[in-house]
Design a protein around this ligand. Sequence first.
Ligand SMILES: [Zn+2]
Length: 217
Amino acid sequence: MLKFLCAGATALALTGSCFAGDAAKAQKPQYVIISFDGALHLEQWERSRALGQKTGASFTYFLSCVYLLSPETRKAYEAPGLPRGRSNVGSGYSREDVEGRLGQIWTARSEGHEVASHGCGHFDGKNWSAKDWAQEFDQFTTIVADAWKLNGIDGEPRGWQDFARREIRGFRAPYLSTNKGLFKTLEKAASPMTRAPSHAALPCPEHATASRISRFR
Ligand SMILES: [Zn+2]
């Protein structure tokens, strides 16, 4: 099922015009897709969840997995071809900040929102091989799955492991930068959804039936 991706001030600006369709247009599904890129700021989690409760909208949070690491645990991440701990977008601000984000993730999920992947270190993977992409995806899954333990945070919810390892399926490529290696890896993982360049022509998703991947262009 498709869901909205949303957060921030732009979201509010766009939704108005998107819902103001005529009767003919109303018969077609309309998708408002605005990314919460990285899913870092806790106040944006709060704000978008409150908006979801008020409007019934469902959001997809594209999480960068380094935001589940603190400055103390950031070296748990290793990007393809780079030294441990390197990230283009830093890490979570602190253990407490990570704890807050873990809580937001689980609450948003329980409210019916989707959590998806934005990879980990926000690197441009245009020259990555399929193996490099597979490493990045493995890192994402491992770090999300282990985030509570890694950061010494109690209270991992029951079901978290299943959520981390099986439920997170969507992917948004950092810089919307894709290549053959990425799609090869996505097909292997049978990831059903990815989002690719150009905000201009919003989307019925393009179903690549052979690969079972739906792309949003
Ligand atoms: Zn991004």
